[in-house]
Write a protein of this length. Structure first.
Length: 438
């Protein structure tokens, strides 16, 4: 019995570490096996992935349409706003797949980005990640990491120590998998509404690997350690402030299930972490059943959110391409960049607000800017966190029980941006004065 619970704790722990966290060199870049697996599936079976993604997306749309008429599909019930967005997302996906639809949908690389990259990636990432994550969260890893992280997470960020696994998974894997963990623990009673809100809106960041992609696109990959340090500072400093001001501080501390408090630490921290992990592992179901349940849950979760991502992402990118709305939204930031003394302040202002549509758009906007501006936007855009081509609608859809509102995300985007600009601006200028960014 002793060996069995050790195996049930250590095997998923080791597998999860290898799959999500172990850096390996592949295709000339440093990545993790999770990224390799997702890339291999997408590149090896492109047509099959397209069909799978469309079927899963339309399944979600269909279940949403029938949800009001039966309790069987209650998890697909939603507000009228999201209901319309899901149906619109289904129509957009059909248009992209068949090639029939309004001409503006097929201009530029919109179809390639949405249905060739973004939506299929989420459709693959969530079920695969969820199958392993469900084993990790149910066999002691959550308790082990949570106990170790508690002295930092609770006083500084007002969230349980167990949230460290959600955060770490977003950093090294994908924010979609990190959000899956948060949703899973939240529905079981492991997080209050405010705690889930904090984790989802402050720590569901783009992965470290994607920060590398941004740095590479802006030709500053040789400065990656400094880019990553700025990203680290931006995320954690901003979160420490955001949790103490509205709207975050106004979210209720209610639970949607019977609360599961973290156990009191009665011994040495590491020993307590191991003890809590083994107690959970001993009571957990078989690893195979956890793997299968996680995969099925992941499929349903992907079906739930794919159509929303398709509709909101497409609308955001069309607005960025065909209207001047982001130019007008950028105007309030112009005096701030002018005051700081950054070169090309209007270009930086536009890049700053483009992030709310899609995280990669600011990178494209400043590709030819001076080094100082490129470095700053690299760390700003990856730290702003809220963008509506993906993570915004995912958070709104996955955390309807809180609920997370559109207005919450807009306010958070503005708060984060206003905090980040002076902080990261000072960091950038410090490196400039030290001669690093010349």
């Amino acid at each position: 019995m002793e060996r069995k619970k050790w195996f049930k704790f250590l095997f998923p722990f080791t597998l999860g570490f290898f799959f999500f966290f172990l850096p390996v060199k592949y295709g000339g870049k440093l990545t993790v096996p999770f990224d390799i697996a997702v890339s291999w599936i997408r590149n090896s079976f492109p047509r099959q992935v397209d069909i799978y993604t469309l079927v899963l997306l339309l399944l979600g749309v269909g279940l949403t349409i029938f949800a009001p008429f039966t309790h069987r599909f209650s998890k697909f019930r939603t507000s009228i706003f999201i209901y319309v967005l899901r149906i619109l997302g289904g129509l957009i996906a059909i248009a992209f797949f068949t090639g029939y639809g309004p001409r503006f949908l097929f201009e530029g690389d919109l179809k390639k980005f949405m249905m060739g990259l973004l939506v299929p990636s989420v459709a693959i990432i969530i079920p695969i990640g969820a199958s392993i994550i469900n084993m990790l969260t149910s066999t002691g890893t959550l308790d082990f990491i949570g106990t170790l992280a508690r002295p930092l997470m609770k006083p500084v960020y007002k969230i349980p120590g167990r949230s460290a696994l959600d955060i770490l998974t977003s950093w090294v894997g994908s924010y979609s998998v990190g959000l899956y963990i948060t949703k899973n623990v939240f529905m079981k009673g492991g997080y209050s509404k405010r705690e889930a809100f904090i984790i989802a809106t402050c720590f569901s960041t783009v992965s470290i690997g994607f920060v590398g992609v941004v740095a590479s696109t802006l030709n500053i990959l040789h400065l990656f350690p400094l880019v990553f340090l700025g990203y680290f500072i931006g995320i954690f400093l901003t979160a420490a402030i955001i949790v103490r001001i509205p709207p975050t501080s106004k979210i209720p501390q209610d639970y949607v299930n019977i609360p599961i408090p973290e156990a009191e630490i009665k011994r040495h921290l590491f020993r307590e972490a191991v003890n809590q992990a083994l107690l959970t592992a001993e009571k957990s179901p078989s690893l195979l059943s956890l793997f299968i349940k996680g995969f099925i849950d992941g499929l349903f979760l992907a079906a739930l959110i794919l159509s929303t991502i398709a509709s909101v992402g497409t609308i955001a990118l069309l607005l960025a391409r065909h209207t001047s709305i982001f130019n007008y939204l950028a105007l309030p930031f112009y005096p701030l960049y002018k005051l700081i003394g950054f070169p090309q302040p209007m270009k930086l202002s536009i890049a700053t607000v483009l992030e709310i549509a899609e995280m990669y758009l600011p990178t494209i906007a400043v590709k030819d800017a001076p080094l100082l501006s490129r470095f700053f936007i690299a760390i700003l855009s990856t730290s702003q966190l809220i963008f509506f081509s993906s993570v915004g609608p995912m958070i709104m859809d996955m955390f309807r029980e809180i609920p997370v509102k559109f207005s919450h995300l807009l306010i958070l985007f503005l708060e984060r941006t206003l905090i980040l600009i002076p902080v990261l601006g000072a960091y950038t200028y410090l490196l400039y004065r030290l001669g690093v960014l010349r």
